[in-house]
Design a protein around this ligand. Sequence first.
Ligand SMILES: Nc1ncnc2c1ncn2[C@@H]1O[C@H](COP(=O)(O)OP(=O)(O)OP(=O)(O)O)[C@@H](O)[C@H]1O
Ligand SMILES: [Mg+2]
Length: 504
Amino acid sequence: MLDAVLFADLVTELPSAVRLQRLVNTLRSHFGCGAVALLQLQQAQLKPVAVQGLLRETLGRRFQVAQHPRLAAILASRQPVRFPPGSELPDPYDGLLAEQPGAVVPVHDCMGVSLYVEGRCWGVLTLDALSPANFDALAVLQLQQLSLLVEAAIRITELEQANRALRQGGLPTVGTSTTAAQQYEIIGQSPALQQILQELDVVAGSELPVLLLGETGVGKELFARQLHRRSGRAERPMIYVNCAALPESLAESELFGHSKGAFSGALSERAGRFEAADGGTLFLDEVGELALSVQAKLLRVLQNGEIQRLGSDKLRRVNVRLVAATNRDLQQQVKQGEFRADLYHRLSVYPIPIPPLRERSEDLPLLAGHFLEQNRSRLGLRSLRLAPAAELALLGYHWPGNIRELEHVISRAAIKALSQGAQRSDIVILQPELLDLPGSQPQAPALEHIELPVQGLKQAVNQFQQQLIRQALQQHQQCWSKAARALQLDASNLHKLAQRLGLK
Ligand SMILES: Nc1ncnc2c1ncn2[C@@H]1O[C@H](COP(=O)(O)OP(=O)(O)OP(=O)(O)O)[C@@H](O)[C@H]1O
Ligand SMILES: [Mg+2]
C-alpha cells in the first residue's frame, strides 16, 4: 500500500521540492512517528532538504556531523541504525519537535538510515517517535527496504534538476557543493529569493556586468560570490575590491598595478587587482564610494579593455567580468554629480535589486534557524531555539540592518541567555526580552506580568489569543495567510479560531 503511494509519486511529474516533501510526509504517516527528516550530506555537514514534524526553522540549520553523534552513527552504517529510548547520545532535534516545541522529550525512539545514490553517500533519513517503543524489528526492516525507494526518488529529483539547469544554460547544482559554496550559502525559500537565485543563474552564464543593489545587510556579497561560482569563470579567481577602503592616492596602483620606482615606496613591480582577476571576476564592492577621479580612470580601462601599470608604458589586455554592489542609490548620486553617468551605465547593464528582509518574512524562520544552529555549535549548547513569542517579535520588526542585524540579534541573545544562567546542557529557549529589538514593544506580555484572570482561565486564554491574532494581523497588513504563518497555524485553522473568538 505504502509502496504503491511512493511509486506513484516517483513516476508523477512533480516539482523536486514537492516530491521529497511528499515522501517524508508519506513515511511519517506510515511509521506513525512524530518527525521525519531527509538530510543531504555536504562535506562535513548535513543539510535538511525536507522535514515533517519539526519546526520550519530546522530547514535553515546545518548540522555539523562531528557534533552530532547520532547522525554520525547513521552515516557510518550501511544498515538502518536504531537508537533505543535510553540512548545517551544527544539528539540533534532536541527542542525542535513541532508537537512539543521546546520540550525535552525524555524517552523517545529514533532510527535512521544512510542513503546512497550512484554509489556515493548522499545523506540520511531520520525518524523520531515520541513514544518509547514505536519502532520494532519489523519497522527497521521496512526502513531498510523503503530506503531504496527514497534513493530512487532522490536520483530522479537530481536528474530533473540537472536537466533544468542544462536547459537554462547554467551549471548543474548536483555534486558542486564546495567549501566556499557552504561558507557563503544563501539561506531562504521565499518566492522573491528563489526568483533572484534563478535570475542570478541565468545571468551568471552570460558575460554581462552585474550591479547588485539593496539595503545594507541584504547579502549582496553572498550573491556576488554565488554569481561567480555559477559562472563559466568559477575556476578562475574572484578578486574583491572594497571601493570604500580605496584611498584616492593608492587607488590607481591597487587597481592597475605599478612598475618599480613608479612612486616612492614602489620598491618592486606589482600587478594590480585587474590583472589578478584576469580570466575571472572583479567584484567592486561599495562601488558608490568610489572617488570621482578614480571613477574616471576606471571608466577608461573599461572602455579600452586595457590597463597600464602606473609608471609603465606597456598596455596589457585583461579579460575580467565585472560585478559591482552598492547600498547607495546610484541614480540619485548621478543626479547629484557624485557618480559619473557614463560609468553608471557601464556597470548597471544588468541590475539586480535584492529585496530587504522585511519584504521576505518567509525567509526569517530559516535564517533564524541557521544562525541559531551556528551559535549553538559555537557556544557548545545542547539546544538553542526561539520561544514562539520571540519568533513573532522577529517577524514584527522592520530590520533596517537586514540579515546582518538578525545575525547579531541572535548571537547577542544567545550569549545573554548564557550569562543569565542558562546551562549548556539545557534546551535554551530565547525569550523576546533577550532579543532587545530597538524600539519594538514586547509582542506578548511576559507570563509573570499577566494579571490573574478575574473572569476565569478560559476567557483569559481567549483574550490572549485574540490579542496575539490581532497583533499578527497588524504586523502583516491584515494578510491572514501571513499572520497564520507567523503564528505557526494552518490558515484554515486560524480562520476557524478567529471566528470562534468573534474576530471576524
Ligand atoms: N540569505 C542569506 N543566508 C545566509 N546568510 C546571509 C544571507 N544574506 C545575508 N547573510 C549574511 O548577512 C551578513 C551581511 O551580508 P552581506 O555582507 O552580503 O551584506 P551586504 O548586502 O553586502 O551589506 P552592505 O551593503 O552593508 O555591505 C553576512 O554575514 C552574510 O553572510
Ligand atoms: Mg557588503
